[in-house]
Design a protein around this ligand. Structure first.
Ligand code: NAP
Length: 286
């Protein structure tokens, strides 16, 4: 049975040993780190993610406000809210919870955010710096993935890392971060021919395909480390609620093949949120 890389436990440790002392230090200088989450409409998953962010912020002792808007809000009105935040020195970080209603350009909204307050790390400036290996606010899921690999006792230097997925928010940036840590990185996607060939020699496999339980134990090399980024609701009639959460990896078949694996839930999810809180503290420190 593989060792479980518990993102939940690692995130709690980061809050206690790193984030709380940094927040205390800021508060002693009369700086109160503050995050604003812009939430448009009533997407149920978004509401649950926002609650998690508020919970983690409270644990670390930072302020978190959710600014709620109806889905009838226009693009110009959201841009005006961001302008307000950009000019407010008491707000250190802002994120716009995605998805946004149809007709609102995510690109335009993100471009409006002051890169120094872009705690999701989605602006072109921060993504560009991430790829250049320069200090920046790094996007939260990739940052959390790298941290959890290292906190589990693994080093990336010299390792073969295979990333499945090339999205702008996970696959591409996590590939760049692993490369910056001197790993040898292979990034696979839907047009990759012979995925099995790219998995064969992997020491670390990061799976972000967005397909429930696509990667099976038989696809993975024996003894590798697996980070499962996916999160899905899968029908499960044996459960009272009729569903269960699962990842992009079939945990049951993978757990007896690999050396270490992150679970779903309790893996990458908490690491993403703790990275967001850390970015807000970092922005306040600057
Ligand atoms: P995405 O934008 O849908 O990207 C999926 C990627 O997987 C694409 O690059 C796609 O290739 C590739 N892909 C799809 N089918 C494939 C196949 N059969 N073989 C190889 N590659 C394939 O998804 P995402 O935003 O990166 O998210 C991935 C998963 O992570 C989702 O389940 C999402 O909910 C989850 N997620 C979790 C967190 C967290 O904090 N826990 C954060 C972000 C995302 P192409 O580029 O060729 O289409």
């Amino acid at each position: 049975m593989a060792e479980i890389i518990s993102g939940r436990d690692i995130a709690q440790k980061i809050i206690e040993t790193d984030l709380i002392p940094r927040v205390e230090k800021l508060k002693s200088r009369e700086i109160f780190p503050k995050l604003v989450v812009i939430l448009v409409g009533d997407h149920p998953a978004s509401a649950s993610y926002v609650r998690q962010k508020e919970k983690f912020a409270a644990k670390a002792g930072i302020l978190a406000e959710t600014w709620r808007f109806p889905d009838t809000i226009t693009e110009d009105e959201i841009l005006a809210e961001i302008e307000k935040i950009n000019n407010d020195d008491t707000i250190h970080g802002v994120i716009v919870q995605l998805p946004l209603p149809k007709g609102i350009s995510v690109e335009k909204i993100l471009a409006k955010i002051d890169p120094q307050k872009d705690v999701d790390g989605f602006t072109a400036e921060n993504i560009g710096k991430l790829f250049l290996g320069e200090p920046c606010l790094q996007c939260c899921t990739p940052k959390g993935i790298i941290r959890m690999i290292e906190e589990s006792g693994e080093t990336l230097e010299g390792k073969n890392v295979t990333v499945i997925g090339r999205s702008n928010i996970v696959g591409k940036p996590v590939s760049a971060l692993a490369l910056n840590k001197n790993a040898t990185v292979t990034t696979c996607h839907s047009r990759t021919k012979n995925l099995a060939e790219h998995l064969k020699n992997a020491d670390i496999v990061i799976v972000a395909v967005g397909r429930p339980e696509m990667i099976k134990g038989a696809d993975l090399p024996k003894g590798c480390v697996v980070i499962d980024v996916g999160i899905h609701r899968k029908e499960d009639k044996s459960r009272e609620k009729g569903w269960r959460l699962c990842g992009d990896v079939d945990f049951e078949s993978a757990k007896d093949v690999v050396a270490k694996i992150s679970p779903v839930p309790g893996g990458v999810g908490p690491m993403t949120v703790v990275s967001l809180i850390e970015n807000t503290i970092e922005a306040a420190e600057k």
